[in-house]
Design a protein around this ligand. Sequence first.
Ligand code: ZN
Length: 251
Amino acid sequence: MRALLVSDIHANLEALEAVLAAAPPHDVVWNLGDIVGYGANPNEVIDVSRRLGQIFVRGNHDRACSGLGGIEEFNPIAQRAARWTEAVLTGDHREWLRHLAAGPIAPDGPQVSCVHGSPLDEDEYLLTVRDAWPSLHDAQAHITFFGHTHVQGGFATNGDEWFRLAPRYSGSRGDAVEFELPLREGARYLLNPGSVGQPRDGDWRAAFALYDDAQRLLTWYRVPYDLREAQQRILNAGLPDRLASRLREGR
Ligand code: ZN
């Protein structure tokens, strides 16, 4: 079974289309949430996402943009984007977002889990080994896929030692690249495919991953996309300028 992992698309249609064009053959799509918020094409991105599969975890922006709460905790720019998104969503899409399941969900038996933030709290940011330790320690699943930080990488433990994981890419920032991580028997993993639509790890390219359970292999990918078009749509929509400029920075 090969699962395509996507997270934090954030209504960036150009980035999602580039990911799907570059994605290797896969059997299922596991979507780790924040489908909308920030970007200019929430309805189109929901349509494409729904066609791809049934495994979805709700993100904090999916919750806020569909009126389920949490918007007051956002910074002013994120609040403006969430209010804009809620206003332009079709009724059907709003209802669909409202019914997404909060994680953790088990898409393929008890060994693998999908969450938005962490297994313990859907809004928690796992940015450091210290953040990750309680989740890795308590997790029932051997592999937990998470998003929310918009940082491609993850954490692992073999019981004694703790590791921070990150892909190491070569080539220029204009290339499509991939990095393979063999998954060891007996180790526990927290793995983030990165953000499709608003990376924050200093690399502007759209991020995603492929999990192959038979080969026990995770592959991280980065692909260029039509950044200018995504930025222009944000500006044309009247969304905050910063949401366009940060896409170039990957911050
Ligand atoms: Zn997000």
